[in-house]
Design a binder for this molecule. Structure first.
Ligand code: PMP
Length: 361
């Protein structure tokens, strides 16, 4: 059998690893490897999922107007400048499909989210990795990394997997310094965890070269339903809508997302819990000799003395039913990314790291 070759670049995409939720032979496993909401979805979103069942023989709404209106109402943004996708992953993919192709470059930071590279390669473009400074996005390095072929610059703020973020003035400096043909994509998957941060909305109001992406998978607890959105200048949203499949979001997902974003009490509760237990966990691990940078998201990047120690701790945590994320693939071999769980999860992580460090492991 002769195999038909895929488009150039496709075989450079590494298959995605991760997401396991169990450890063979271990009970009471807690998954802390995908930055999900440990408190689960809003009960109102669950009710919306149930209520959606009777209508699933119909195709879903195609323009997502009710969800865009709800997002607009809750954020103050113009619904006409919003596009919804199957996770923000899909918005990232639309951006690459629409704006980058063979010969074009897509910049992302050294420890940037894996989808930037995957989507750039899938579009036939060339991903270009730019170094960070001490695990923090380096605007000067990004500006220096731009060429006349740069079409997209992806910056997650806060960044995954480092948890760090840069200030609005730095982002503005980046947007203003980009070459004319390049679009800045501010990935705000974790923006909701930062008090008072608009994800870049104010910046977009004054510029035509910035887009932001957001998600319902993190604070809103809907990772399994795949809902994300993008916001930007209307002409760019119009472009993205042309590559969007007409039925890219299911009825169930649309209704659940609308209920989730409207449930402000629950959202506030989740946000407060995250802040509280993130600080607690970071302090507890630091006291055990495992420091992390100040995280602005719902995870911490715990740094060990060596790759060997990080791997050994990961293996030990698994025996204790705690699944965290190795980030060696992000060029962070000494680190483990740990989602901030609920109180029980955080206490279990701290106790297990203490046992590991104390040699009782
Ligand atoms: N951006 C960043 C920085 C992320 O960490 C993630 C999920 N891990 C995403 C985007 C994609 O999230 P989703 O597709 O679930 O919206």
């Amino acid at each position: 059998m002769s195999l038909i070759a895929p488009q150039p670049g496709i075989m450079d995409i590494a298959l995605y690893q991760g997401g396991a939720a169990h450890v063979d032979g271990v009970a009471n496993v807690i998954k802390l490897s995908s930055n999900e909401n440990p408190l689960g979805p809003s009960p109102k979103a669950v009710e919306a999922v149930r209520n959606s069942a009777a209508g699933i023989h119909r195709y879903p709404n195609t323009d997502h107007a009710p969800l865009r209106a709800a997002i607009g109402e809750m954020t103050g943004l113009n619904p006409e400048q919003i596009i919804c996708g199957a996770g923000s992953d899909e918005i990232i993919s639309f951006l690459c499909q629409a704006y980058a192709g063979p010969g074009d470059e897509v910049l992302h930071t050294e420890h940037g989210f894996a989808m930037y590279r995957i989507s750039a390669l899938a579009a036939g473009a060339t991903p270009v990795e730019v170094r960070e400074r001490d695990r923090i996005t380096d605007v000067d390095a990004l500006l220096a990394g731009c060429t006349e072929r740069t079409k997209l610059v992806f910056v997650a703020n806060p960044n995954n997997p480092t948890g760090t973020m840069i200030c609005a003035a730095e982002i503005a400096r980046l947007a203003d310094g980009l070459p004319q043909q390049a679009l800045l994509v501010l990935d705000g998957a974790y923006a909701e965890f930062v008090d008072g941060y608009d994800g870049g909305a104010a910046l977009i109001a004054e510029r035509d070269n910035v887009v932001m992406t957001r998600t319902f998978s993190k604070l809103y607890g809907l990772g399994g339903l795949r809902v994300g959105w993008g916001y930007g200048p209307q002409p760019i949203i119009d472009v993205l809508n042309r590559v969007r499949g007409p039925f890219n979001l299911s009825t169930t997902a649309l209704l659940a997302a609308e209920a989730a974003i409207r449930d402000t009490d629950y959202v506030e509760h989740c946000r407060a819990q995250n802040s509280r237990w993130r600080a607690w966990l970071a302090k507890a691990l630091a006291e055990l000799g495992v420091p992390s940078d100040t995280s602005c998201a719902n995870f911490i990047l715990a740094r060990f003395a060596s790759q060997t120690e990080a791997e050994a701790c990961d293996a030990y945590l698994q025996t204790q039913g705690l699944i965290v994320r190795r980030v060696a693939g992000y060029n962070l071999p000494n680190a483990l990314r740990i989602t901030v769980g609920d109180e029980i999860a955080c206490r279990r992580v701290a106790a297990a790291v203490a046992a590991f460090k104390g040699g009782t492991a």
